[in-house]
Design a protein around this ligand. Structure first.
Ligand code: ATP
Ligand code: 6CM
Ligand code: CA
Length: 558
């Protein structure tokens, strides 16, 4: 790692040990001074030893710095007053640095270190130097608009925000305007029409995927409206949103938070907001003809996941457990649906859903500008020259039709619906689960929860797509049906005719609805298009463990 020029270097005391402390434009580091005679001079003066070895904190992961004031009650006046900390009674000057510490499973915590200085002048010099470095991090938000859904998940949104998040924002000197929602779509409508967005550096939602969806809809609609773009036109190029969105997870699935951060932990998410992370995200627009229906960033699911959602909405009072009950019930009902899917395959440059390349922080595929994505060729991908811009059509009977614009990893399925889907590559993975036995479908579902490949079944197909359309059989036009019927026998033709004329009879085709990021979309026939990097989150994608297990990272620039 390249050595950074030092801005400041002093011998200060940390936990009673004398340390060489260095500040560069990238790192704050401290390392114990080892005396050849092994005398711990600082310990004799300041107290017991606490820490050993070397420490290095990237400046971009410092949350805050403050002069330390250690108070205790005075015996004479019964009031709290500042006292010198060291037993020798000499003046104590110290500053405390709060910084990000990584713990297990992608969780971040706010750690603190107090550095004691021999005099006040040096202490102020350090505080000022670190503050100056923090001020250069202009990517960090200063003012946020926060929406809290008090009824999401286990109804703990308000408490989570007040107890775990607000203290972190306040320590990082972030000011907030907080709105506790009073009804569904309150946040969406406020963002769409009322909020003075110029005042803010970002919008934060406290809740689950449904609450995130409200914020996203509000921001995208507002941005299009302000730019004169008509979102009801399926072919419009949408304008990316300027404000980043932060998600403090307090919902039932928290899939969007989990798949972009690696865990659903409110403190971790708050810290990603404070350091000003930025993760672009693809958004699917969903239309029916030229009517705009919804946006989706995680799951668009017809059949199984549509039915689970429909059933679970009636059980909202159960909280997150509703999905387990409805999941089992829907699995047992084993309904299949007939229809036609057409899709436009993605460029081979973005890989394939089965290439086992996972989207991680700084993902190379997502960093390619859209136009350059065709530069790279992946050997086993669909041949671009043959299939680019050619719609492919698949007809059949399906238990589930799922489109995943991101992995959809969540606590229920830590690798997600499509483990190799990318957050910001401009594509979605289209997963078709054809009619099969209950046992086979169960095997497929259970593979979402273990290491086995859920696509490795003869009844499952998966494609990386830029656009797709679905028409359930009952909505197919006469010409489409005639075409299909011409393919079958004359007796089948006769039977189908009867069914079309008697929709209520027992052999009439059943229909499902779409699960659009956890919201029900009753329309069967839809057209979907992926908009590359339409929004940005306060996140950085899931970090490789090696980022913080690499010893050179910890010993950087010392
Ligand atoms: N004050 C409110 N009263 C009732 N409903 C609300 C309120 N504020 C928001 N909502 C709605 O509550 C629904 C569910 O919220 P949320 O997504 O936060 O939790 P969840 O459904 O339990 O979690 P997940 O979406 O992760 O499964 C959202 O669709 C949102 O529109
Ligand atoms: C018979 C038991 C089978 C168990 C199978 C487990 C498979 C788990 C796959 C999980 C995929 C989650 C996809 C995320 C969807 C979210 O946008 C959405 C809104 O929060 N959540 C659901 O629809 C909630 C969906 C919950 C599905 C169970
Ligand atoms: Ca994607």
């Amino acid at each position: 790692m390249e050595k950074q020029p030092r801005l400041l270097c002093s011998q200060l005391s940390v936990g009673g040990r004398v340390c060489d402390v260095t500040l560069s434009s990238s790192f704050l580091s401290w390392r114990e001074v080892v005396d050849s005679s092994k005398k711990r001079t600082a310990a004799n003066v300041y107290g017991p030893l606490k820490a050993a070895g070397s420490h290095c904190v990237p400046v971009c992961e410092i949350i805050a710095i403050q002069e330390t004031e250690e108070d205790c009650p005075s015996t004479n006046v019964g009031k709290w007053q500042k006292v010198p900390q060291n037993p020798a009674g000499s003046n104590q000057h110290a500053f405390t640095v709060s910084y990000v510490e990584r713990t297990l499973k992608h969780r971040w915590r706010c750690s603190e270190v107090t550095l004691h200085c021999p005099d006040r002048k040096l202490c102020l010099q350090w505080v000022q130097a670190i503050r100056e470095q923090l001020a250069l991090l202009t990517i960090r938000p200063k003012r946020l608009l926060v929406y809290i859904n008090p009824h999401g998940g286990k109804q703990r949104g308000k408490r989570i925000y007040e107890q775990k998040v607000a203290p972190i924002f306040s320590r990082a000197s972030i000011t907030t305007d907080v709105i506790v929602t009073e009804r569904a779509n309150h946040a969406r409508d406020h963002l769409k029409t009322e909020a003075d967005l110029k005042k803010y550096d970002g919008v934060v939602c406290v809740g689950g995927d449904g609450m995130f969806s409200e914020i996203m809809h509000g921001l995208i609609s507002r941005t299009q409206c302000d730019s004169g773009v008509d979102q009801s036109c399926a072919d419009e190029t949408l304008i990316p949103c300027g404000l980043r969105i932060g998600i403090i997870p307090a919902g039932s699935t928290d899939c969007i938070c989990y798949a972009t951060v690696g865990c659903n932990d409110p403190v971790t998410s708050a810290l990603h907001i404070v350091v000003g992370d930025s993760q672009p995200l693809d958004v699917c627009s969903v239309h029916q003809n030229n009517a705009f229906l919804r946006y989706s960033v995680s799951l668009l699911g017809y059949g199984f996941y549509g039915d689970v959602l429909m059933d679970s909405e009636r059980k909202r009072w159960m909280g997150p457990a509703r999905y387990d009950i409805s999941g089992v019930k829907t699995f047992l009902s084993h309904r299949y649906y007939e229809g036609t899917i057409s899709f436009l395959p993605a460029d081979g440059s973005v890989g394939t859903p089965r290439d086992k390349i996972q989207c991680r922080s700084g993902c190379n595929i997502c960093q390619l500008p859209s136009a350059d994505k065709a530069v790279y060729k992946v050997e086993d991908s669909i041949s671009e020259t043959e299939n680019k811009d050619v719609w492919q059509v698949i007809r059949g009977k399906f238990l589930a039709i799922n489109a995943a614009c991101m992995s959809c990893a969540c606590p229920r399925s830590p690798k997600g619906l499509s483990p190799s889907a990318h957050l910001a590559d401009g594509t979605a993975d289209l997963i078709l689960v054809r009619k099969c036995s209950r046992l086979d479908f169960l095997r497929h579902l259970l593979r979402h929860t273990n290491k086995n490949d859920q696509f490795d079944h003869p009844f499952v197909e998966v494609y990386r797509v830029r656009q797709f359309r679905f028409t359930p059989r009952y909505q197919e036009t006469d010409s489409e049906l005639d075409l299909r019927e011409a393919e079958g026998s004359s007796s089948k033709h006769f039977f189908t005719q009867i069914c079309r004329e008697h929709q209520a009879c027992s052999c009439a085709p059943t229909h499902s609805s779409w699960n659009c990021d956890g919201e029900i979309l009753p329309h069967g026939a839809i057209q979907v298009r992926v908009h590359c990097q339409l929004i940005k989150l306060f996140a950085r994608g899931i970090e490789e463990q090696s980022v913080f297990e690499d010893p050179s990272y910890a010993l950087c620039a010392i």
